[in-house]
Ligand binder design. Sequence first.
Ligand code: HBI
Ligand code: FE
Length: 284
Amino acid sequence: NQGVAPVTYGEGERPPRGDYARARADYTCEQDWAAYTPAQHDLYRRLYERQAAQLPGLACQEFIEAVAHLGAPDRIPRFDELSERLMRATGWQVVAVPGLIPEEAFFKLLSERRFPVTEWIREPEEFDYVVEPDVFHDLFGHVPLLFNPVFADYMQAYGAGGLKASRLDACELLARLYWYTVEFGLIATPEGLRAYGAGILSSAGELRHSVTSPEPKRVGFELERIMRTRYKIDSYQTTYFVIDSFDQLFEATAPDFTPIYARVRQLPTLEAGELLPGEAIRAV
Ligand code: HBI
Ligand code: FE
């Protein structure tokens, strides 16, 4: 896999960052835990500490209860130990990858309940923001909810759906579903809106912004509406979609998407932040 083909992460082509020469055919590699320096473990500790401090009142309860499963907060976890705990909880495991991988390979791993976690950690100067997912985004953002049985089932169903989407050339539509749920999803609770999306939960500024700012539009989850809507890669989202429960999310991925893709393709694409006439938005 010398020089992996540029991966379309979101809607822009970019050469991926990482050492792909070591990756296997399925793009997984070994986590070289001994190679992490004390400074890199300390960077992870500071990233974890900053996010953990602001979870109450902003992150959903399921996430807050599960984040401890990551293990010690002061060093980058060993993926094999984490996978033992995760396997017992929901049959998932964490596998190391050199970085972004082609969508087909990504979907296949999800369908096998193997979550790809980037092995490298950002540079200190990227403390506040890193464009591509690093080990902190993938572990802190994505892994805790994989301990939640319903969400874990959704992630596998998403992967299986992704393999079908590849054959229907509908990856871009399905990537929007991933983006507006797994990465940037909000959930309604009796105490108010809370974040469950990994991109929000691993972001210093967007966690508070997504749940409390009056600026962004917050729209009730609706599969076709999401598939029509472009998203932003390198700025806070201007639209968030709100689910009422993880069951709702899992049920949404039950039907065959073929007719949905056909309907969505007949409709105009919406820009992020754009509202349909008369569309209801959720108050914060
Ligand atoms: N690769 N390692 C990795 N992690 C991701 O989150 C990822 C990816 N490749 C493609 C991708 N995400 C997105 O295009 C998904 O929407 C499919
Ligand atoms: Fe992610």
